[in-house]
Ligand binder design. Structure first.
Ligand SMILES: Nc1ncnc2c1ncn2[C@@H]1O[C@H](COP(=O)(O)OP(=O)(O)OP(=O)(O)O)[C@@H](O)[C@H]1O
Length: 628
């Protein structure tokens, strides 16, 4: 943990840095100094007030839904922390992984002052949005950070002193941050400790909600301290390590990359079957004691939650982005490339998560609060793609809207544009796109003056674009412009441990105590997932919908292909009853298209491939939806 310098020294450091352009020596920590330098490089004016607007309440609700697991696990800590905050004239804050404030409460007087600088729900306190601050720094540095008074980048934030710590999922994903913010100058000695203890409890709860107690091993350096929130926690699937908390990683001298890679034997020099509670091994922190976990006691909070949410089927939430260590490294690179205005080409099979990756890169970039526009070139009918992308002037063609249209390229102005399935873009449009990329201006259909656009470009494809340049299907000049840096997302079947991969996705869904039985996991590990992560998430949502909270899910609930039947369900179902037998051909075709679209998660190109027909056939049938 890093603490800050006395206020007078910070004032001197500020003058040196902001007014004289000199590097202050020793007065502020390297964390603060690096953050100031990044903010200055972003062109932030430290004397100004950042333009921070809360997202609309409907968007905030979506953020809440996405962070439902985190909010649930944090509830008790937030209540406790608010009590502490009120006593200290401060507020307790929970944010999501992008720094967006989900909840802020405590002392009402101070909450009012904080709201005046937009420290309130719905506003992003990432460094890219709000300059140097504890939430942004903790998320960026992935460790607890305190930022006091003048250490904040923007002058109007100098009345704040904040302590924040990041919150990790059991598989190492950054889920959010817990923060305590109060008036500058107030005693804050305990703030980081309080936050640290809160995060320990939240991470423990997330861990216990995701894994069966039989799969968990607890670690301690002092056997008398077992049972607290500082226990090291490890989860194994068979003998493979699939999850851990920060304490366990520290005790073992490991990092998150150990998940899916290390076995029980690697860690404890004995097979799991021979495990007995007691001294397990020595680690960087001394002798380590291990215990197989007991079923966690039902807390009053947990009993209340289960009483409120009986077995009625609730929709499984979308998983948060789940990336393996290699993809996380690619993501960090992609963010830097976005900042450096270098286009990135994301390659991977259908459903491998190209759009999820692109959205995550946008969310982690300094353009997070600007638009992210995804255009699926394969899903736009050829005749419309030009108008959709470039926009058109009033009356440019029959059927054009009277007021004209701005076009998707200009809608992405200031933000990030994802051209998905760029290999499906017609050649003539490739030339126009190249001009936009080179000239940074869009000329609408029907003439008119070019409009300057400031966008960062990401492209995605499942095709071999280089081979397409050789066969003449893709312009070489555009290829070398958009494929300067390519990221390859591996297919799910290539995961070194598919069980661990499946469990990592499972851990991010709202499972309400459901677990995947051993036979179910075995089938999932044996299956080759032609639809990749889309298919995996779809199968998991189906398992959740078909089971009850707390169930151990057996293989009988798996979709047919996973149960071991021949292949993907036939896109054209064989008529079964009299009604189907008399149904006309059109009805059968519509049902087949609807089922293929469902199986392809709404992706028209993929549905067409499954049906063995062209995309235009689907459009003619009028059932294809536009994917965006
Ligand atoms: N890394 C991931 N983390 C969480 N969910 C994922 C991930 N990758 C894919 N998914 C799930 O799969 C769905 C499809 O992902 P996405 O649209 O990014 O795939 P794609 O590679 O762009 O597919 P296509 O080429 O068919 O358009 C997502 O909506 C999400 O449910």
């Amino acid at each position: 943990m890093e603490r800050s310098a006395p206020t007078a020294d910070v004032a001197v450091a500020r003058r040196q840095f902001f007014d004289l352009g000199a590097e202050p020596q020793g007065a502020v920590s390297p964390t603060i100094l690096n953050s100031w330098a990044r903010c200055r490089a972003r062109g932030f004016d430290s004397h100004g007030q950042p333009a921070l607007e809360p997202v609309p309440s409907s968007t905030l609700k979506e953020h809440h839904d996405r962070s439902e697991r985190l909010i649930r696990a944090s509830r008790r800590e937030l209540v406790a922390l608010r009590g502490e905050a009120r006593g200290a004239g401060a507020i307790a804050i929970l944010t999501d992984g992008a720094g967006l404030v989900l909840d802020a409460a405590g002392d009402t007087g101070f909450a009012g002052k904080a709201a005046r600088v937009a420290l309130r729900p719905g506003v992003a306190w990432s460094e890219a949005a709000s300059g140097t601050n504890a939430i942004g720094a903790a998320l960026m540095e992935r460790r607890p950070v305190e930022v006091r008074g003048g250490e904040h980048y923007f002058e109007p934030h100098r009345f704040l002193t904040c302590a924040a710590a990041p919150i990790f999922s059991p598989t190492g994903d950054l889920l959010g941050a817990l923060d305590l913010s109060g008036p500058a100058g107030a005693p804050t000695a305990e703030a980081l400790e309080l936050i640290g203890r809160g995060v320990d409890q939240i991470e423990r709860r997330l861990f216990e909600a995701a894994f069966r107690s039989e799969d968990v091993v607890r670690l301690q350096t002092d056997p008398d301290r077992f049972g607290g929130a500082q226990d090291g926690l490890l989860a194994f699937e068979g003998s493979r390590l699939v999850a851990a908390n920060r304490h366990a990683l520290r005790m073992l001298g490991l990092d998150w990359s150990a998940l899916g890679q290390r076995s029980f034997r690697d860690l404890f020099e004995a097979p799991r079957s021979a495990f007995v509670d007691g001294v397990a091994r020595s680690g960087p922190c001394g002798t380590l004691y291990a215990r197989a976990a007991r079923a966690p006691a039902l807390t009053p909070g947990a009993a209340f939650e289960s009483a409120r949410t009986p077995a009625e089927a609730r929709p499984a939430s979308e998983p948060g982005p789940v990336f393996d260590a290699g993809t996380r490294a690619d993501l960090a690179r992609a963010v830097r490339l976005i900042e450096g205005d270098v286009p990135v080409l994301i390659c991977g099979e259908t459903g491998s998560g190209k759009e999820v990756f692109a959205r995550a890169a946008h969310a982690a970039s300094s353009r997070a609060r600007k638009p992210f526009v995804a255009v699926n070139c394969a899903a736009l009918p050829e005749g419309l793609i030009e108008a959709e992308l470039f926009g058109y002037e009033e009356g440019a063609f029959t059927g054009a809207r009277r007021s004209g249209s701005k076009g998707l390229l200009r809608e992405a102005d200031g933000g990030v544009l994802l051209l998905d399935e760029i290999g499906d873009m017609p050649l003539a449009l490739q030339a126009r796109l190249l001009r936009v990329v080179q000239e940074r201006a869009v000329t609408p259909l029907g003439g008119g003056k070019p409009h300057p656009v400031d966008l960062r470009l990401l492209c995605a494809t499942h095709r071999d674009l280089r081979a397409m340049t050789e066969s003449g299907g893709f312009r070489a000049d555009l290829y070398y412009r958009v494929a300067q840096y390519a990221v390859a997302l591996p297919p799910l079947r290539a995961a070194p441990d598919r069980r661990a991969a499946a469990l990592a996705f499972w851990a991010t869904l709202r499972t309400e105590g459901r677990t995947l039985g051993p036979a179910t996991l075995e089938r999932m590990a044996a299956y080759d997932w032609p639809g990749n992560r889309r298919e995996l998430v779809g199968a998991m949502k189906a398992l959740i919908a078909l089971s009850e909270p707390g169930d151990e899910i057996g293989p009988e609930l798996l979709p047919a292909p996973l149960r071991g039947r021949a292949s993907v369900p036939s896109a054209v179902p064989a008529p079964e009853g009299p009604a189907e037998r008399t149904a006309d051909l059109d009805t059968v075709a519509r049902a087949a298209i609807a089922s293929a679209l469902d199986a392809a998660g709404g992706n028209v190109a993929e549905a067409a491939r499954r049906l063995g027909v062209s995309r235009s056939t689907l459009y003619r049938r009028g059932v294809a939806r536009r994917a965006s």
